[in-house]
Design a protein around this ligand. Sequence first.
Ligand SMILES: Nc1ncnc2c1ncn2[C@@H]1O[C@H](COP(=O)(O)OP(=O)(O)O)[C@@H](O)[C@H]1O
Ligand SMILES: [Mg+2]
Length: 293
Amino acid sequence: MNDNSIFIDSKKNIVQKIFKKNQSIEIQIWKDKLMNLPLGDHFILPGIIQSNNNRIILQMSLCKQSAYDLFQKKDQYALEKKMIHDIQKALLFLNKNGIVHGDIHFKNILFDNNHFYLIDFGLAKHLDYLQNIYDKQLYELYIWSKEDIFRLITLVVFRKNQRLCIKNNNYKNIRKKWVDWFTKHSQDWIFMKQHLYKSFDFSNKIDFSYCLGYFFSKILTTSKRLSPKNGIYQYDILTKLFLERLFLYTSVFFPEIIGLDLSKKKQNLYIRVIQNISIQNDNKNNKNNLYQS
Ligand SMILES: Nc1ncnc2c1ncn2[C@@H]1O[C@H](COP(=O)(O)OP(=O)(O)O)[C@@H](O)[C@H]1O
Ligand SMILES: [Mg+2]
């Protein structure tokens, strides 16, 4: 639900996001969390104004354009690389401070002065503002899996190939393609499993590691059930995360499976980004030695 409106004053170079209600999550996150953190240059720091008609206003400086507009006009490898760099840094910072952004898309990324900024905390989550147990489980899994960051990478990888994305959780066709490919290329499947495993931090998460093992044992079969137990909300979300991550990884490492047109240069960039995130997890996983394959 949209409980805000945007007012742009290009003469004064300011933008006002006007909230009708005081208890908006975006205001709370800014006031109680973000403003107390060393934000550096990751974000546009707003001022908070209480207007006399009971509205509350986030006021910030105007950015030249959104990443959405920018990439409509320019399609440069260097810009894409810079965006991944800047926004990944912002998201890692949020993740470390227990904040899920939850609404990563190109209209929520702005570009000015050769720098990309992340805006719009309207769907953000923090432990202090969760509604119920399901919200809490979702939040914990999103923080644990670095969901925001992988969503950013997925967005970039499929920027010009939206039609290849999986819609409505419909993984039926892609599973058939995975079966075809990986039965012919069994080494690729071993490689994929290792990489996917490394993309999560399983230290102190033995049951999650077990879920991934179960997922691997079923994904190339016709089994409808990919999680070890039916009806457990946390395992259902986890399975969806595994599916999305496998889809991203297979698309980046083996773009030919879905006919994704990636230049070698871009493919190498995405692989480097993915691997950088995995390195820390890999160290932790090895230390705990949970997975023998
Ligand atoms: N500081 C800003 N500079 C320039 N444009 C902005 C700025 N803040 C917001 N906008 C524009 O307004 C749009 C909506 O703002 P946003 O904070 O994302 O609100 P919403 O919750 O309605 O999506 C953005 O997608 C962007 O195009
Ligand atoms: Mg927005």
